[in-house]
Design a protein around this ligand. Sequence first.
Ligand code: AMP
Length: 590
Amino acid sequence: MNEIIIGIDLGTTNSEVAVVENGKATVIASGGQFILPSFVGLDDNNQIMVGEPARNQYLLYPERTIKSIKRLMGQDTVVTMAEQNFTPQEISAIILKQLKAVAEQYLGQTVNKAVITVPAYFSDAQRQATREAGEIAGLEVVRMINEPTAAALAYHNEQTESKKMLVYDLGGGTFDVSVVNIEEGVVEVLSSHGDNHLGGDDFDQQIIQHLLSHLSDQYGVDAASNSKALARLTRAAENAKFGLSEQPYVLIEEEFLLEHQGAAVHLSLELSRMEYEAMIEDYINATLDATHIALKGANLVSSDIEEIVLVGGSTRTPVIRERLVNEFGFEPHSEINPDLCVATGAAIQAGIINHQQIDQVLVDVTPYTYGTSAIGHLNGEMYPFMYVPIIHKNTALPNRKSEAFATHFDGQEKVEVVIYQGEDPDALNNIKIGDFLIEGLQDVEAGNVLLLTLELDLNGILQVSAEEKETGLAKSITIKNALSQFESSTLESAQQRITSLFGQIDPTLEAEQDAKAQTEVELEPVSDHVKAAKALIEKAESYFDKVGAEDKEDMIDAIENMTQCMDADDEQGLAEASEQLNDILYYLDQ
Ligand code: AMP
């Protein structure tokens, strides 16, 4: 057998090592962690520290810790760590040596060769410095490949058809976007653009600043001048950011953060995803501007791109996916863990060099999108069944996502939650897979926030829960076979089947309430048109005391028409009368 070659992603913020074994690309964990923070430090006893321990000491002892050394690669400079000077190659070599050791421990043999990834924009000097770092670490760098090439390889290691892809890579400290062409298995970077100083760290900084001003307003304290407090806030900010990738609100709590005028300062602040997205909007805009520059560099336009691959931990930020979907009109790929995708591709390249047979990287993903419906705008009109996707198709499993919704009427004490599977912006064109009623909500004004959480596991079991944010009142159901339910049939035939079942309880539904909810959940055997009409009427009624007499009269006429049509089972008439009421509401909304 050929000598083993490992694949290494030597990143600015984090690094990883992977290897192809028995045809499979495997990222190697050390102490349960796949990611090695790209931090190097010296402790009190001049002992070297790499990864998490070095990262932990960074905020307290920056003079003894080095981070982001990749930014200095190729420069004729030195960095100082605990009063000793090191070249960038030496610091990178310490990280590489650690990764080599991790691989050796896992494989039980010495490793001497590696494929290392570098950014597509790296100059000759930067590539040379990377090669030298490998040598210092005792690794022959058999090939250096561009990071976007590695990401493309992770997704398409045996691809024979040609394809134009966009690799959007947003890490901790850098952003790179590349246009990649795959032709007969050859991956070529057509153009690349980015920002060497834009990434998740900037997002953290925005949250930190927000926390600092809150503490300053609340307690008149400058927490930034206390390094321990700042270290805690930095951690808390990053954790809050992680939370907001999954849920619409987070509570940031740090007890006994510091002392001020003899009293303890406790931090407790809620941050919403909406506030956070406003904080990072300029950064996201900058990444999209860079994307257009990269497209231009490849003489392409958005519609030429057939696939988008998300790389880098920061691409888990939901608004990034949303903006890309708006821009390109299709869902980007993120099935392969975006932190590990480049290392996976590096290992695949190493396997190819070694003539190893390599299987396609297989990950469990959901082939369907799951979501709910809410009142919103569809085709420029108010519509009570606008589809709100929550778990998107092609995302890796298991997956858990929450979204916030608000009640529509004052005093609304119940909400019917309907769960759909499908992609259509009109929820009624998707497949309804379960519903339940959450009742007993507080008697408060419209806008009472409900958190809807969907959790889909590898076995296709979908847990759905709705929770009144303020009181914690919750209701949940379990939908079995959410993944396999429609696998054998096309969406159309499933839709036909559902349509033909109008008026009956759908026997294919396997919505199972959890024990607590069992007696309360009911499936409503009512046609969706009738439901839509009823929701519309309910909405119109909520306008009664806000509109003039003439408008109110028009609404009452339309409602009467609708009611008569419902009583007479006149679907066509109901559609027309609903349209009439919809028009009035639309006009009132303007
Ligand atoms: P990378 O350099 O690709 O490893 O990416 C690291 C960056 O991704 C750091 O800024 C992390 O805070 C960020 N990151 C990791 N996980 C998440 C997440 N779930 N949501 C948002 N950012 C994340």
